[in-house]
Design a protein around this ligand. Sequence first.
Ligand SMILES: Nc1nc2c(c(=O)[nH]1)N[C@@H](CN(C=O)c1ccc(C(=O)N[C@@H](CCC(=O)O)C(=O)O)cc1)CN2
Ligand SMILES: NCC(=O)N[C@@H]1O[C@H](COP(=O)([O-])[O-])[C@@H](O)[C@H]1O
Length: 214
Amino acid sequence: MSDSQHNLTVLISGNGSNLQALIDACTSGKLPNTRITHVVSNRKAAYGLERAVKASIATTYHNLVPYKKKHPENTDTARQQYDADLAAIILALDPRPSLIVCAGWMHIVTPSFLTPIAQAGIKIINLHPALPGEFAGAGAIERAWKAGQEEGLKRTGVMIHEVIAEVDAGAAIVTQEVELREGEGVDGLEERMHAVEHGLIVEGTRRVLEGMSR
Ligand SMILES: Nc1nc2c(c(=O)[nH]1)N[C@@H](CN(C=O)c1ccc(C(=O)N[C@@H](CCC(=O)O)C(=O)O)cc1)CN2
Ligand SMILES: NCC(=O)N[C@@H]1O[C@H](COP(=O)([O-])[O-])[C@@H](O)[C@H]1O
């Protein structure tokens, strides 16, 4: 097995607690020979950007609004140009990432991003707070909690999956079930889900990188 260095680019949109879990895992050796070399946020106020700066990781703020202003007539054109530019930004990085990790990245990427990244041989993985085939999209934790309240759902979970054009439909890399507890509020479920996320995002990243090293 080679000891080649793995470079990660992490995409975020918010608090960055999952980014922090990855930062800590690189430092602790849970992700051996791995460093986060770039963090991209689509939101300027994302606290995850501060986490990156504190960890001396380069950051980019890449916002969709200017693209929507330039293409007011067509949101699809705006999104495609935004995505194409995001791919160009990442492909211009030196070193290029071996893996892109979506860690609370709240933007659906189109083939304008996926295709050039795939052509460069770079895999993209995503953290999603649901199990395969369930609660795809935003607000998954709240939707699962509501299903527990109203439909008797007994469990939800968290997965790390490959990113494809269809949202949250890529092959699962690792999953972990999380029980739904009677009488627990949505905040309590969110807290337990986030704790699972922080471990699973490291394990999922480790498994993918390990597969690259074989
Ligand atoms: N093509 C793909 N893009 C993304 C995937 C994916 O599997 N395929 N995973 C998501 C992450 N995600 C859930 O895990 C997710 C994030 C955001 C949304 C969404 O509806 N976004 C809206 C904007 C919402 C907002 O800005 O608050 C949108 O993009 O219009 C759905 C799923 C990352 N991208
Ligand atoms: N569809 C993806 C999605 O909903 N991801 C959610 O974004 C949060 C990001 O938290 P963080 O910014 O603290 O890592 C995560 O907790 C996860 O549940």
